[in-house]
Write a protein that binds this ligand. Sequence first.
Ligand code: G6P
Length: 610
Amino acid sequence: MCGIVGYVGKNKAVPFLLQGLEKLEYRGYDSSGIAVFTNTGIKIEKKQGRLKILADAISTKEDLNNANLGIGHTRWATHGAPSDVNAHPHKSKSGKIAVVHNGIIENYIVLKNELMEKGFEFVSDTDTEVVAQLLDDMYNGDMFDTLKTAVNRLQGSFALGIVCDDYPNTLFAVKKDSPLIIGLNENENYIASDIPAVLSKTQTVCRLKENQIAVLTSEKVELFDFDGNAVEKTVSKIDWNVESAQKNNYEHFMMKEIMEQPEVLKATISPRIKDFDIKLDDIEFTKEYLENIDKISIVACGSAYHVGCVAKYFMEDILRKPVDVDVASEFRYRNPIVGENTLVIVISQSGETADSLAALREAKSRGARVLSVVNVVGSSIANESDDVIYTWAGPEIAVATTKAYSTQLSILYLLALYMAKKLNKISEEKYKENIENINRLPSLIEEVLKSENKIKEIAEKYLDKEKIFFIGRGLDYATCMEGSLKLKEISYIHSEAYAAGELKHGTISLVDNDTLVISLLTNEKLFDKTISNIREVKSRGAKILAISTEDKVSKINEISDDSIIIPKFCEMMLPSLSVVPLQLLSYYVAKFRGCDIDKPRNLAKSVTVE
Ligand code: G6P
């Protein structure tokens, strides 16, 4: 978790550090801080709370604003409560060295005890402070040399930005298991946890690989491995610009990202379909390989896990192979039955989620082939997978995912159809029909987005509810899980998703006049069954919001208090349409309740700790 930035150059550091941190606030926003090199050495300013508080504190301090070298941090608390003292940067005992960190130092207690015995005093509860103190303890007048030795004492994950009093013109950075990029420019260079932080300055970036140390000055950037050998930089040009990382005219990133769905789906789908043939980038699964797979195992966290839940239904249906879906934090520790004949699919927007990455490593160590579906190019999960399919959703800033979810789902449709064709599990006619359906997805989602005003009215009607259940069967149940998560994470209303037939086994006792039940009914075969479940909750006083297809309008209006109607479409892909009203509903309920939509409390977008 957390975001780090750094600047070295001929210009002022503070404007870059603050705008870079603003772009990284999605990684956590419990506190923020900077350390800059002033005439009187390194000075730190750090504050609990949002970045604005830090910016206000810095604005009057001339010496800070004149600095040409500095590091910055935005925090998602792991070790130690959110507070000024636990905010980064952390300084060493001598005050010579300041450090910002993203990750977790797993052996920090051992190191802390060791350093305390030597007389070091600690002021914070963080794991990061030991890095500053350890560097101070080991410092031999040569920071690069010190770093080379010190990194071998640190266990865990760490992207570090470091400044030292003896180096007024040099920024040091280290990467192991936490993301770090370098932005390259004329007369100035930058470090950051993610690309949007540097985009207003440069589109030329270099992603640090595992176990690398970077030494940056205004003129050059040098990379080394942990043994101190110089290594080549892999520099790439980012083809999305700062505009795409901004809100444009939307009030919130979440709404912008909801509205971008038709466009990013097109970008994700169309390059992969050529004359009814699915091309999964460079990936080739032979018929023989696919026949030998005895199980597909999908592993992910949060909404990406819900994509897996939806995919299980349609993959098992058309491939007739077992598909397991696990949350990564469970998979990694439960001795999973995974081996050479398992295809493991890891789904992740950021490509950095710690549990998903660990699950990937676990699966590989058991001999499984790992295919990842990832949005961030070159991220850790993408790098470590055998095969990667990128979702072309562009940067997703709102903590609650929308467009990444939709693009992930579209990749899973493509994958299922690709495999079904290779395995002769689908007729030519059905296959072609489905390819046409995938191609229609962007325009159909555009159609659904037109219900925005109606959904807004419904949101206003139910915004005071404190108890909301989502019910559905089959694919609708899987979509309900995502709808419920979306609503609770941004509006703080307690909501739960239930398989409609399961509600009566306990949970129905919670239903009363104050309950709203949101019901999804998009499956022809299960329609009447879910209608019966709606009757059960209605007779206990619940209000009903039903979401169904246009052919069911009269039946739906008869039973519900409110309804949202989506186009009739092939059932396998209806989850891509039915999730959209749920995203919009969550957005408007949260907005009317005055919630911080893009940055809900206690959450962070990229969860790089377990
Ligand atoms: C966080 C985000 C979710 C996301 C999950 C997995 O909890 O708030 O929106 O689904 O992490 O993230 P990933 O980057 O692996 O998709």
